[in-house]
Design a protein around this ligand. Sequence first.
Ligand SMILES: Cc1ncc(COP(=O)(O)O)c(C=O)c1O
Length: 396
Amino acid sequence: MLDRLNAVAPDPILGIIAAHAADPSPQKIDLGIGVYRDETGNTPILASVRKAERILLDTQTSKSYLGPRGVPGFNSAMQDLIFGGSSEPSQQGRVRTVQTPGGTGALRIGADLVKAAMPGAKIWASDPTWANHYAIFPAAGLTLERYPYFDSELSSLRFEEMMTALSERGPGDVVLFHACCHNPCGVSPDSGQWDAVADLAADRGFLPMVDLAYQGFERSIDEDALAVRLFAEKCPEVIVASSCSKNFAVYRERVGALSVVCAEGKKAADVETVIHSLTRKNYSMPPAHGTALVDIILHSAELTELWLREVNGMRDRINGLRQALAERIAAAGIERDFSFLQRQSGMFSFLGLSVEQVRRLREEFSIYTVDSARVNIASFNDRNIDYFIESLQAVL
Ligand SMILES: Cc1ncc(COP(=O)(O)O)c(C=O)c1O
């Protein structure tokens, strides 16, 4: 039977990582990879996470199964982080948060939940969106459509076109939003625009699903959750898939959460049982280690303060690099306007290069990125930024 299967092409990012690793050039740069990097090029373990790990080692008494809800303290702390400590929907018992293996696990269980509730529902995602969104929703049996979002000519949001397209959506449609730090384009609605989108969702009756993978990486923990909080305030139902991979830097530990807001507390309790049945037949029980670390951090005032400082540090470094890149590209006399880098946020932006220019960067300068010219801003540092700008100038 297995003989019928043919090889599947690997994710292009994996090819980039392998080609970069094999390149002997001392000046090589990997701009493709999707993880935060510090000034030395490392993806560090946060000090808050290290401390939590020591506490966990000293206090953990069992490796028995967690049970379908996972770590209850994690779920409630995450709910506070996402919706705000005293959010009305939480106080009304209309929100349920369940830990998942990463943000990807939350997206997949969220997709399964939509499929279970309404098998014919359609998912509408921004054009473009994170590459894995295109795979996750169809894998759950849902049709994925796109709405206009990124204007590649102006490197900005196509807000009016997005609103026009979304005003045609209604009950039976799920509209997927990136709460902040849009991956791949780095462009987010401003607070007034989010308000208008939430009003539209409430008015038209489509179900907002929010992917919150970079909370704290754009402005602050609270400001980056604005979209979620507006939807939760104005709409009867919301689904949120959140990830701790980036903001706690626990990528490989697979920590995330699926939150659902329902019209009534009773229904939220019912929906939680459906989530448990979906996870049970998928991976049976959730993983414990990374979730326990986040639980420890968020229940210690001292560790929370340390963690917040570390999140701010990662965000400030990315924003500083955005500013340095935009200014130094202009100072180098490059005519093309790259000031959008400074207006965008999060780890990713499109450089607006052709496939041919991307290929030249790779082959002539050992600078690796995907064909779309999406770059990870956190890959830059003081040692490589000038070399990158010279190389960019050469291929433009
Ligand atoms: C937009 C977006 N959503 C979700 C995820 C999933 O993150 P995780 O590694 O926690 O599954 C990512 C990770 O890159 C992402 O960029």
